[in-house]
Write a protein that binds this ligand. Structure first.
Ligand code: TYD
Length: 209
């Protein structure tokens, strides 16, 4: 979404793929080169979003698949309108953990909902807004699971899903990246984090305005 000199970068990947580490490294570098960085995330990047995040990640018991998809879309609508667009209009760099590709991959991986419909729903929510660059940290779900196990934190609703689900999520992300190669940078998240960060910086340099 081109708006002045603002640049919008999203990070995607399965749980435990190292998005937070890379976001921190990239934010530090962007700040060093003189850019103002807004770090944010979905779900939960806004005040309303925090309330929605609590429902989607911590509600005990089932949430109907369409209700879940609408909750993520509601979070997205408010987040893009109140955080992302204003920052881009100010010329800042928005560095965002997860966006609509996560909805297509996760809500679509439950098999009940159609990925195209979920994408349409999200695009409606965000008035068609798409990032300038999406970094996909691709990782075998079994390796990701080992990382999460050793992190010693309680699992949220989605992390606790079966490994078959996480394999479908991974495949969905790769299919999304293949369909939009101009927006995506796909990286092997099993590599050394410093090496991944270097590749990301090289790509981001081209996207900065
Ligand atoms: P979070 O704790 O932010 O996890 P991570 O550090 O892995 O990003 O939890 C976000 C969870 O929400 C994650 O399991 C993916 C899921 N999710 C969806 O299912 N749909 C969505 O649209 C988004 C944005 C996230």
């Amino acid at each position: 979404m081109t708006q002045g000199s603002g640049v919008w970068i999203t990070l995607e990947g399965g749980d435990g793929s190292g998005k937070t580490t890379q976001a921190t490294l990239l934010a530090d570098w962007l700040t060093d080169v003189g850019r103002t960085v807004v770090r944010t995330r979905e779900p939960g990047g806004s005040d309303v979003g925090l309330l929605i995040r609590d429902i989607v990640l911590h509600h005990r018991g089932d949430i109907a698949p369409r209700a879940e998809a609408l909750l993520y879309a509601a979070d997205r609508a408010h987040h893009v309108a109140t955080i992302v667009r204003p920052a881009l209009e100010r010329g800042e760099v928005v560095l965002q953990d997860r966006y609509l590709d996560s909805s297509v991959a996760y809500q679509g991986a439950g098999r009940v909902l159609d990925g195209t419909e979920i994408r349409e729903l999200s695009l409606w929510a965000a008035e068609g807004a798409l990032p300038d660059l999406t970094i996909l940290l691709d990782l075998d779900p079994d390796i990701a699971r080992d990382r999460l196990d050793s992190a010693d934190k309680p699992f949220d609703r989605l992390e606790a899903e079966k490994s078959d689900f996480h394999r479908r999520v991974r495949d969905a992300f790769l299919a999304l990246a293949a369909a939009e190669p101009q927006r995506f940078l796909v990286l092997d998240a099993a590599q050394d984090p410093a090496r991944i960060a270097e590749t990301i910086r090289a790509k981001v340099q081209h996207v900065l305005r």
